[in-house]
Design a protein around this ligand. Structure first.
Ligand SMILES: *Cc1c(COP(=O)(O)O)cnc(C)c1O
Length: 379
């Protein structure tokens, strides 16, 4: 897929993202720099003084993510964090003060209710509305920050980022988009009008289920300075090894995303024909309620498919019967995972609701495994 902004394909951008200029006898991607402090004779000057503030391995990764999130856009900065939640909290808690109002999705990531309690404890008013139908528009008046999660996890509803961002900006309200599920190859929130694109790099961005990471990409210099200050205060920084592994993983992002997402569509199409599957959702299915909006703002539709089986017991038997799919939480990894989401509490889903994360297995093998497990678990 050739990119209209950069004029090269996404695979080309992904393999080269964030690489430093070639230096004779140096590696293409320099290894992780393990340093708590750097030589600093005399005056305190940047870029590298103390390890909680800066690290060259982060710098390369931050450039890589920035090139994917906001190609060709000047004045955009990316900051990496120790986890997605560290990044989410950095935006919310650095931008909001007592007396401010924030609009959150009512159907977003399961930790948001805990975040809500903390925001309220600090005197911040929290309003919520569902993602679907752009319902957050209705509670925007007087808000300082709008938090969007699209597609939402785990319900896979989609809202119109352009429309919400335009309405928010007209009211002087900042806009942050949780871009975890889409990845920057699926959707570029800054181009759609958002101030921040925030994500968990733990999921499909890094894709191997072996590191936690988060990032914030944003265009406003003073807003990003506050996010950077928050990172310094809280110290929620990634280790150099994690940052390096993440950068290495981004080289295969387009390969993984294209394979996983194509199989996710195939799986969704196969599930459509299974009688006991209800509430099937995949934003890339042309008859999905999210498809129309998704197709206007997304270039790829993600690797998560959600659906429900009639009962909790049936869902558990299905998960047990799968051979190529691990019963595990999280999503986006090269090995397929699925779980009965209701076991956590906190999501507004039924007992038989399954969130299925499609990995990089051969499509035919995976779809066959799912259909066989559905068949076996019916008995
Ligand atoms: C997983 C996830 C997060 C949190 O990321 P961690 O890396 O687990 O801290 C935030 N938002 C969404 C949509 C997620 O799926």
């Amino acid at each position: 897929m050739t990119d209209s902004v950069t004029g090269v394909g996404d695979g080309t951008r992904a393999v080269r993202a964030g690489l430093p200029d070639p230096v004779k006898h140096e590696p293409t991607l320099p290894g992780p720099v393990f340093a708590a402090h750097y030589h600093l004779p005399g005056e305190v000057t940047g870029p590298y003084a103390y390890g909680r503030d800066e690290n060259p391995t982060w710098t390369h990764l931050e450039r890589a993510i920035g090139e994917l999130e906001a190609p060709g856009q000047g004045g955009v900065e990316t900051l990496v964090f120790s986890s997605g939640m560290a990044a989410v909290s950095a935006v919310l808690f650095s931008q909001l003060r007592a007396g401010d109002t924030v609009v959150l999705p009512s159907d977003g990531y399961q930790v948001l209710p805990l975040v809500r309690e903390q925001l309220e404890a600090y005197g911040i008013e929290v309003r919520t509305a569902p993602t679907g139908g752009d319902a957050q528009l209705g509670v925007l008046e007087g808000a300082k920050l709008l938090w969007i999660e699209t597609p939402s996890n785990p319900g896979l509803d989609v809202c119109d980022i352009r429309r919400l961002a335009r309405a928010a900006r007209a009211r002087g309200c900042l806009v942050a988009v949780d871009n975890t599920l889409a990845t920057p190859l699926g959707q570029r929130p800054l181009e759609l009008g958002a101030d921040f694109s925030v994500a968990s790099g733990t999921k499909q961005l890094t894709g191997h289920g072996d590191i936690l990471l988060g990032y914030v990409t944003g265009g406003g210099a003073s807003a990003m300075a506050a996010v950077r200050r928050w990172r310094k205060i809280v110290g929620a920084i990634p280790g150099p090894m994690e940052a390096w592994l993440a950068h290495r993983s981004i080289a295969t992002l387009q390969l993984r995303v294209d394979r996983q997402n194509a199989t996710a569509l195939m799986l969704a199409e196969a599930l459509r024909d299974v009688a006991e599957v209800t509430g099937l959702r995949y934003p890339g299915l042309p008859d999905d309620p999210s498809y129309k909006t998704a197709s206007q703002q997304m270039r790829r539709y993600g690797c998560v498919v959600s659906f429900s089986l009639p009962t909790r017991a049936r869902a558990d038997r299905f998960l047990d019967a799968l051979r190529l799919v691990d019963d595990a939480t999280s999503f986006g990894g090269v090995r397929s995972t699925a779980e009965r989401r209701g076991r956590w509490g906190g999501d507004a889903v039924g007992e038989g609701f399954i969130r299925f994360s499609v990995g990089a297995e051969d499509s035919g093998d995976l779809v066959a495994d799912v259909l066989r497990a559905l068949d076996e678990s019916a008995r």
